[in-house]
Write a protein that binds this ligand. Structure first.
Ligand code: HEC
Ligand code: HEC
Length: 143
């Protein structure tokens, strides 16, 4: 039951999007996630990265929008601390994951569709490449 819910969440977060491009940093064994609270702890590296790429693209940001990045003297690339919960954006993102899953599970998934095809929503449904998906109705009436 719990596992099913998590699988549902992962599939709905992926939104059927897959990315052929893999990550520049070579995965090591000690790169295993240590601080997953929503995603299944045994998620594959590939699946986790696909979801993270999906988050980034949906909001139009890079990994460091949600994850702590520290410049190390003499090193070109910043040191990423993906497990850290220090950034409020990551905390909000967790809530957003729960919210998105709840909308899909409690509403979209329970609607009697009739002739309609009801697809689950994902981050990009609202965010559309922006961190703040707020559109005023005024802007919609202007040509
Ligand atoms: C919109 C916010 C957001 C963006 C952007 C984002 N992440 Fe994440 N990331 C999260 C959240 C939230 C979690 C924790 C999920 C959980 O608790 O199940 C996480 C977890 C992770 C973890 C697991 C860390 C651990 O040890 O527990 C890795 C690795 C990771 N992200 C990599 C990336 C990479 C690489 C990128 C850029 C391609 C990225 N993330 C972009 C929000 C984000
Ligand atoms: C139903 C619409 C909706 C969905 C779906 C949604 N969001 Fe959001 N998100 C919002 C709104 C509205 C805000 C608040 C914007 C504001 O007031 O600045 C927001 C804000 C955020 C923020 C804070 C941005 C900032 O500037 O600090 C993050 C991070 C975020 N969302 C991540 C996600 C992720 C990751 C997903 C998918 C798991 C997601 N959201 C799905 C509507 C949504």
């Amino acid at each position: 039951m719990r596992l099913n819910k998590k699988l549902l969440l992962v599939t709905s977060l992926c939104g059927g999007m897959f990315f052929a491009q893999s990550f520049a940093a070579k995965p090591k064994d000690d790169d295993k996630p240590t601080n997953l609270k929503i995603l299944p702890k045994n998620i594959s590296e590939k699946e986790l990265h696909n979801i993270m790429r999906n988050f980034s693209m949906s909001l139009g940001v890079r990994c460091n929008f949600c994850h702590v990045a520290q410049q190390v003297p003499g090193q070109e690339r910043p040191q990423m601390d993906f497990a850290s919960d220090a950034k409020s954006e990551k905390i909000i993102a967790r809530k957003m994951m729960q919210m998105t899953a709840a909308i899909n599970e409690n509403y979209i998934g329970k609607m009697i569709g009739g002739d309609h095809t009801l697809e689950s929503i994902t981050c990009v449904t609202c965010h559309m490449g922006k961190t703040t998906p707020i559109v005023s109705t005024d802007s919609l009436t202007k040509q």
